[in-house]
Design a binder for this molecule. Sequence first.
Ligand code: 5GP
Length: 239
Amino acid sequence: MVKPMQAYEGKAKKIIPLDDGKVVMEFKDDATAFDGGKKAQFKGKGWLNAQISAHLFRVLEEKGIKTHFIGVAGDNKLIVEKLDMYPLEVVVRNVVAGSLKKRLPLDEGTELKEPIVELYYKDDSLHDPMINYYHAKVLGIDESEVKEMERIALKVNEILREYFRERGIILVDFKLEFGKNGRGEIVLGDEISPDTCRFWDAKTGKSLDKDVFRFDKGDLVKAYEELYARLTGETPSRT
Ligand code: 5GP
């Protein structure tokens, strides 16, 4: 079961389909956490997430990963290829944090010997439950499709983990979403940003991601700006 990208306003993004097989993805300044239980707005967050996503999609494309990214369109907007989206979240973990602590008897910060890949059904009313191949099949998603998403997710992890390591940042975990393009290929969609990943400074362990908001760890915009600067080598310059 894949769903065409439709005009939609979510918690942190707007999706605006165009007539030519492309979509505008507009990043908002809104932040939500804990199933929408915590909400706030941060001026500049939309710009930072759009730019960081664009940067990381370019890094991945250069390494041969097919993504929906086409280009940046103004301050907080990306132009992407229209995909039929799988209602799945594919999470990859390198270090114990977040909800993994509820599943395994391991302390936060424990490095995993091998990455863990997890599958969640994207459904707010069910609170995005964790599922397996059997549940996916009931949703109309074949095991071979899930395996292909997991293969790409692990490749993305290999590339980004090294990319961040070189910049003194630990890629703790992240969430990806996938879709099918007009040629029937499974392509990486959505965003890759500090809203959807955990990044820790390798020296201090300081969070450079949405955990700053989730757990009141400081100034979210400053953390995202630091991440942007360490990735791009540039000072953020919003217009
Ligand atoms: P956890 O399962 O520990 O809450 O999340 C694991 C990783 O996936 C984190 O980097 C988190 O940001 C990301 N993630 C998982 N589910 C979602 C989601 O529904 N929305 C967003 N933005 N990120 C998610």
